[in-house]
Design a protein around this ligand. Structure first.
Ligand code: H2B
Length: 96
């Protein structure tokens, strides 16, 4: 599937709009960590993210330990960051 990788300038623009997200050292992904009151809230959040992921056909790399959720977004089809990651990150930010 043809998904364009963002240029370095575009990545900077995206990061400016996503203050809670950090660029991975290799520049190919963005990440954010979330902390909730308990596992139930973390899992509920993950369920809502999963629905967004299916709707956008864009899926996170993530992990959960009790009340913590770590999410990394990258576009495999593009070999790095694309507009899809920015869209997904914004949708996730709206869920918290
Ligand atoms: N998720 C992510 N993170 N990157 C992709 O390139 C991707 C995806 N591609 N979800 C989608 C699914 C693709 O495999 C399907 C066929 O549309």
């Amino acid at each position: 599937m043809a998904v364009e990788r963002l240029s370095a300038d575009e990545v900077e623009q995206v990061l400016a709009e996503l203050s809670e997200w950090t660029l991975r050292e290799d520049g190919l992904a963005i990440a954010r960590k979330f902390k909730f009151r308990n596992f139930s809230e973390a899992w509920g959040f993950m369920a809502r993210v999963a629905l967004v992921a299916e709707k956008q056909d864009h899926h996170p790399e993530w992990s959960n330990v009790y009340n913590r959720v770590s999410i990394t977004l990258t576009t495999h089809d593009a070999g790095g960051l694309s507009e899809r990651d920015a869209k997904m990150a914004k949708a996730i930010d709206r869920l918290v």
